[in-house]
Design a protein around this ligand. Structure first.
Ligand SMILES: [Zn+2]
Length: 189
């Protein structure tokens, strides 16, 4: 019997659905009980954080630091994106850019960063559009401005490494936090 008594919210999966759809990625996470530590296959430590806690941190920093907070999260995204780009770079040579982008989308969808898709890949114009639906920075958030500075920074750093470019620009053309249907990141490199 399902003993979960928490508040039901729209879009929230039931426990059964969560177990049935458990992402394969989680099977590759190692647990060291002596250190109380979770590790990814590449050895990086992993911390599971409640999405609401993440948003409280984001909101608190925004109130204290204003645009400085946006810049800090953007820079954190660039740093993480560069590291992920270095980690995954080899795959682009074997899979080609389109297959590679689908791999990335699957990976981040499975990691809980919202349903991630891409379209309009143009290798001549060096551009692509990546979309997220229900990414954790926007869930239950209402804002007049786009809020996904971390993700914007992530794709900036990621594409700089993967496409070997120091002219990457990423704009968030629409953001779910402002009431849009999805977040749309327009990327040029
Ligand atoms: Zn957004």
């Amino acid at each position: 019997m399902d003993r979960y008594q928490g508040k039901k919210r729209a879009g929230r999966p039931g426990q059964g659905a969560r177990l049935k759809n458990r992402p394969k990625y989680l099977d590759e996470v190692a647990f060291d009980p002596d250190r109380g530590m979770l590790s990814a296959p590449n050895g990086d430590d992993i911390v599971v954080i409640n999405g609401a806690t993440l948003r409280v941190v984001l909101d608190g920093m925004r109130q204290m630091l204003r645009s400085g907070s946006d810049l800090m999260w953007y820079n954190a995204g660039v740093h993480t994106g560069e590291a992920e780009g270095r980690r995954l770079q080899k795959a682009i040579t074997t899979m080609g850019p389109d297959g590679f982008l689908h791999l990335i989308n699957d990976l981040y969808t499975n990691l809980g960063w919202g349903k991630t898709t891409n379209h309009g890949l143009d290798m001549d114009r060096r551009s692509v559009v990546i979309e997220t639906r229900s990414n954790p920075l926007t869930r239950n958030v209402r804002s007049k401005q786009p809020v996904c500075h971390y993700i914007k920074g992530f794709y900036t750093g990621f594409c700089a490494v993967v496409f070997k470019s120091d002219e990457v620009t990423v704009s968030e053309a629409s953001c779910e936090a402002t009431g849009a249907d999805h977040c749309e990141f327009r990327i040029k490199w």
